[in-house]
Design a protein around this ligand. Sequence first.
Ligand code: ADP
Ligand code: ADP
Length: 245
Amino acid sequence: GPLLKVENLTKHYPLGTGFLKKTIPVIRAVEDVSFSVEAGETLCIVGESGCGKSTVARLLMRLVEPTGGRVLIDGTDIAGLKKHALHAWRRRMQMVFQDPYSSLNPRLTAGQIITEPVENFERLSRKQRNALAADLLQKVGMSPEMMHRLPSELSGGQRQRLGIARALALQPSLIIADEAVSALDVSVQAQILNLLLDLQQQLGIAFVFISHDLSVVEHIGHRVAVMYLGRIVELAQCEALFAKP
Ligand code: ADP
Ligand code: ADP
């Protein structure tokens, strides 16, 4: 079966208080969304701002509770998992954010930032930590000396590489990238997209790649889900969607 299966996922946010609650009872952020992702595949989710893309990402990571529907990983419903098992499943799914600067601890070095996810689970010696940091930096095309730098001493593209290295640390099966290249210059965007494509080919990681930008998606996706007002209105192979007449 698929690595990730999403069935009829729905998220309504309560809106307002008092009389507003009666007139507009909820925001229908995500409405009856279903899709699946095979191991090693990239599914892109595209759509205008406010259509529900980030809410889907948060539902997948179980950072918010769904109003309805299910998320299955390798056939297991994550809603049934106790805290410990959920933790183990979360190791298999990692997230890469739009703005790595705000999600990277400014007081830690690059090496500490990317080895931290592993050190949450096991103690590493200084030698092991340096070896792991060097390996992760190499995977994202950075030199080992960069491990001593602070986030503020890196370029935007390097910070995004660092965010990706951190996501790779626990060897996930799936990476959810939420507007991961949107804040970057076009030339740097291309570098990061190529990096993600390389990682997918080398490591066989599946991606859920969220973007408002169709031109970005054209380069990276196997399949594309188009969202509109909380719903998937089209789900197609990338070649079919971008076929030139
Ligand atoms: P996108 O990522 O496509 O821009 P979002 O998932 O962020 O869309 O938002 C979908 C809808 O849900 C929007 O109308 C947004 O205002 C609303 N929304 C998102 N998060 C919350 C929240 N925590 N509380 C209330 N409404 C929210
Ligand atoms: P718990 O809520 O069970 O205490 P944590 O919050 O420590 O678990 O997070 C466990 C894992 O979930 C982390 O390794 C991290 O990768 C992931 N995680 C938690 N919060 C977020 C988040 N906001 N964005 C992306 N990943 C997160």
